[in-house]
Design a protein around this ligand. Sequence first.
Ligand SMILES: C[S@@+](CC[C@H](N)C(=O)[O-])C[C@H]1O[C@@H](n2cnc3c(N)ncnc32)[C@H](O)[C@@H]1O
Length: 277
Amino acid sequence: MEKEEIRSPDLDYVRDMVRTRSAIVLEPEKAYLVESRLSPLAKKEGLASIAELVEKLRSTPYGALHSKVIEAMTTNETSFFRDLVPFEVLREQILPEIIARKGTSKRLNMWCGASSSGQEPYSVMFTIFEHFPELKDWVIQYFATDISEEMLTKCREGKYSQLEVNRGLPASMLTKYFVKKGMGWQVQEDIRSRIDFKPMNLAGTWLTFPPMDLVFIRNVMIYFDMDTKKQILGNVRKILDPDGYLFLGGSETTLNLDNEYERVAVSGTSCYRVKKG
Ligand SMILES: C[S@@+](CC[C@H](N)C(=O)[O-])C[C@H]1O[C@@H](n2cnc3c(N)ncnc32)[C@H](O)[C@@H]1O
């Protein structure tokens, strides 16, 4: 079958709808990406073509089909202990500091703002279980959110293929924190139940969070424009505990976006705090 090329007005409509609803910027030259993502979706929805899919989007009020298009346009690339260094810094420096500081209240609040299929929040949980058993007695509120319902379902199930666990997960953790499920693996219930997975659009209305000790918004702001990045960083400041930490992705920064943050002086990681005074 010949590959369908998206018509220019249809591409404009999709780019505009995706940007308005999710802040994801699709450059015009990304037509091939839109085609490769929407063609299978049109088929799945029983529609003959991308043109028919866009026609349906145009003629119906914003709803489930529009959400599916946005989900199809998200990039969900992730892996366990992605980039490694941030997790080492967490283990060697940041969690010991938080534990010493909050040893009386014994409360830890964390949020992962673009959890994708769950590898990132689970990596944080494995770090805690592996190295800080004392935290098991703390009241830990751990939220993990994403715009994609499909990804959140995967997060809640915590099921991963052999290929997925081969990416970044130490073998010792696989045997300790997973159970074998058919051809793949599932994160143990005790760990899964400690994370509250919820839908949230970073460019929409935010959930109400308690003051956060640790916020992870990694490898998602790269898809947004400057104004959206500024707005998100401003919102994070409002929910971050004055002594809390924000982790961004390796290629992301607060620089030239929000002067209220300062970089934590550890090499190889994009970790920030709000400036004091
Ligand atoms: C590339 S993944 C990053 C996953 C993980 N944080 C990591 O670093 O490995 C980007 C995730 O951001 C989510 N996303 C994209 N736009 C979003 C938005 N406006 N609000 C919330 N999540 C969004 C996507 O669904 C996707 O799961």
